[in-house]
Each structure stands twice: as structure tokens, then as C-alpha cells.
Design a protein around this ligand. Structure first.
Ligand SMILES: [Zn+2]
Length: 381
């Protein structure tokens, strides 16, 4: 890898804890966007009180690429998980640790509101993530547990709501423009030999990337680039205020419109507009509208915690929390704050891969946190 942890931020100031809910609600309220369909203030999400600031040992995530000897050839036993290619202890593997699902907003030259970033800030954000050992996977890959990131790294989901134009537009050759969010992601990832430039985009199908004629072309280009096309409804209503029939139409019509553009796309995850569930929560997961049946493998919320590991007993893909991308670690429960918790305060542990998708490695004292459904793949150490 060409990029390694450059002296990671060692900022360790006192972390504001008091009145966390109020601060966050205020932050969220600031997210009312402007001319576009950016999410207005959702209901204040739950905020955990954190005992932040103990002096944990900074992470050792990137240290271990010293692959241990090759896996022994004893994988014939159906009950024994395959032995990982690296000694999980050498990379501090913890596949019961948490996964950040990041919620990006708009790119604006002037930096925009608190939630937005300039293109330069977005590029810097990605470099910090990748240098810090985070590797992008899509929401769909996370929740179906079909992702494969290198030993010692942490999966991260990059999500983009509202299909606004600065996220994706095309150059003269019909490729994703290098100045769009997706173009920047692809460009930055090219500097790393093990970073897949993937993201999950949640589309408002009545307003595709500026609502101009090339909207469908952009959607096709995204699919061809390996991006996940997700459901963010047809018109971005508050689903809590709609009838059950209207909810199901909003969700099924969006999927069918994406299917009309990219027939081979599988729209399998939903980002709730404003983070608000329909009154009948089950309708977020599955239902049947005018344009057919739908079933979502995941339902994404707004704010404010990392998601449990998909192997963790607390993992609930039908209410998957996201983290707001805020570059200032002083912004409570924004992305920079959370990364600092993982790196410095260690009040929470991030997911660290053992490099082998077939096994689930974790420190033995966490065994009771494993979802029993995956016991036969467990590799405690
Ligand atoms: Zn939205």
C-alpha cells in the first residue's frame, strides 16, 4: 500500500458530553438544506451518553500485514471454520466491532452548510479514511454479509442521499465527472491498491441528479461503476404522514423506476426520507404497491452511531444507524468525533477484519456478543 497512517491525529482534548441530545438535535436542525431536497431536521435520534476520554492505547490496525504462515489444510472438517490467512491477533482482528455507515451530503465550492463539504474537504475526508484503514463496502454488501476487506482493515459504508447533481454528473465522454463526489471517490481510491471505489446512493426517483434529461444516463453510469442504487422514495415525503397505501406506492414506484433505467440493478436497501418510519414500520421493510412488491434487506436511519457488526447479536439491518459526516472532531457524534473514539478514546471498538470472509475472528472475551446463528464460523482468540 502506498498510503500508510501518517501520524494520526493525536488530539485528545476533553470531549463534550453534556446535553448531547440537544447538541445533536441542533446539528440535525441545521441540515434543512436549501434549494434541493436535502433532509430537513429529522426527529432527534437517540444519543448514547459516552464515557469518553479514557486513555486507551491508540489502535494498531495498520501494523499487521505480516501474514502468518499459510492456513493449515484442515478445512475438510465441516464444523471447523477455515483458519484465517493471518493470525487474527497480529492485526487485532475484531469482527464484532462496529462499522461506520457514513452519511454524506452535498459538495459545495464554498463549503456550504455545516453538513456540506467543499470538493477539497471531501477528498481529504476520503484520504483520511483510507489512510486510517477504512475500506468501502456497499450497504447491500454489509447487510448480506458479503464483503471482503483486507486483514487489519475496517469496512465503511459511504452513503449519499437525495440524488443531487454534485454527487454525480457526467463528462463529455459520458463518464462520471472527476469533479463530482463519485468522480473524486474513484480518483482517490485509485491511489490505493486495495480500495474499491464503491458507495451507496439513495435516489429520489422524481429528481435524478438535477432532474435534467441526462438523469437516467447518470444512473446507468453509477451502476456500471459498481455503485449501489438504493431507494429513497419517489418524491421524498415524510412517510410517517402517509397512508399505508401511499407509503407502499412511494417505495414500490421508486424501485420500478430504477428498474426501468437499469433492469439488472437490484434495489435492495432503503434510506428513510428524514429518517422517519411509516406508521406501520413493517412497510419500510416490505410491501406491495401499484408498481409491484418490494422487500428491503436494510433500512437506513439518520444519525448518530456506528452500526453493530453484522455478526453481532445487536445487529438490526431494518434500523441501521448512520453517522453524519462532520470533519471537526469537536462536533459531537459526527464522523470525525466517532473516528476519534475508535482511534484514541477507544470507548468503542471498530470492526477489524481477519482478512478471511469465511471466519469471524474476535477476542475470546467477546464471545457472548456473537449472533448464535454464526457460531460455526466463529474464530475467537
Ligand atoms: Zn433525503
Amino acid at each position: 500500500m502506498s498510503h500508510q497512517h501518517p501520524g494520526h491525529r493525536a488530539k485528545k482534548g476533553p470531549i463534550r458530553v453534556a446535553a448531547a441530545g440537544g447538541v445533536l438535535a441542533l446539528l440535525l436542525a441545521a441540515c434543512s438544506g436549501g434549494e434541493t431536497a436535502a433532509d430537513p431536521a429529522p426527529e432527534a435520534p437517540e444519543v448514547e451518553e459516552e464515557d469518553a476520554g479514557d486513555d486507551g492505547d491508540p489502535d494498531a490496525v495498520d501494523e499487521g500485514e505480516e501474514a502468518a504462515g499459510d492456513a493449515a489444510d484442515d478445512a475438510d472438517e465441516p464444523d471447523e471454520p477455515e483458519v484465517p490467512a493471518v493470525d487474527p491477533a497480529s492485526v487485532n482482528a475484531d469482527e464484532l466491532g462496529q462499522v461506520p455507515v457514513l452519511m454524506y451530503h452535498q459538495l459545495r465550492e464554498d463549503g456550504g452548510s455545516l453538513y456540506d463539504m467543499s470538493p477539497e474537504e471531501f477528498r481529504a475526508d476520503l484520504i483520511e479514511l483510507f489512510d486510517g484503514g477504512y475500506r468501502p463496502v456497499t450497504t447491500a454488501a454489509l447487510v448480506t454479509r458479503e464483503f471482503d476487506v483486507p486483514a487489519g482493515t475496517t469496512p465503511v459504508v459511504l452513503t449519499f442521499d437525495d440524488s443531487v447533481r454534485n454527487q454525480a454528473f457526467l463528462d463529455d465522454d459520458g463518464e462520471l465527472h472527476p469533479d463530482s463526489s463519485m468522480g473524486i471517490l474513484i480518483d482517490v481510491a485509485a491511489d490505493y491498491d486495495d480500495v474499491e471505489p464503491v458507495a451507496s446512493l439513495y435516489l429520489i426517483t422524481s429528481s435524478l441528479f438535477g432532474g435534467t434529461a441526462d438523469g437516467p444516463d447518470i444512473v446507468r453510469a453509477l451502476h456500471e461503476a459498481g455503485m449501489e442504487l438504493g431507494n429513497h422514495t419517489t418524491t421524498h415525503p415524510n412517510l410517517g404522514r402517509l397512508s399505508s397505501a401511499e407509503v407502499q406506492d412511494e417505495l414500490s414506484t421508486a424501485i420500478s423506476m430504477i428498474g426501468d433505467i437499469v433492469p439488472e440493478a437490484e434495489v435492495s436497501t432503503l434510506s428513510l426520507p428524514l429518517g422517519v418510519f411509516p406508521e406501520d414500520r413493517a412497510l419500510a421493510t416490505s410491501g406491495s404497491g401499484t408498481d409491484g412488491d418490494y422487500a428491503h434487506d436494510a433500512v437506513l436511519l439518520v444519525g448518530s452511531n456506528p452500526a453493530p457488526s453484522p455478526w453481532h447479536v445487536d445487529f438490526d439491518p431494518q434500523a441501521l444507524p448512520r453517522i453524519l459526516t462532520l470533519r471537526d472532531p469537536g462536533e459531537l457524534q459526527g464522523s470525525a468525533w466517532w473516528l476519534e473514539q475508535f482511534e484514541v478514546a477507544q470507548t468503542h471498538q471498530r470492526y477489524i477484519s481477519d482478512g478471511n470472509p469465511a471466519t469471524i475472528s474476535f477476542p475470546a472475551d467477546k464471545a457472548d456478543q456473537l449472533d448464535p446463528a454464526f457460531e460455526e464460523r466463529a474464530n475467537p482468540y
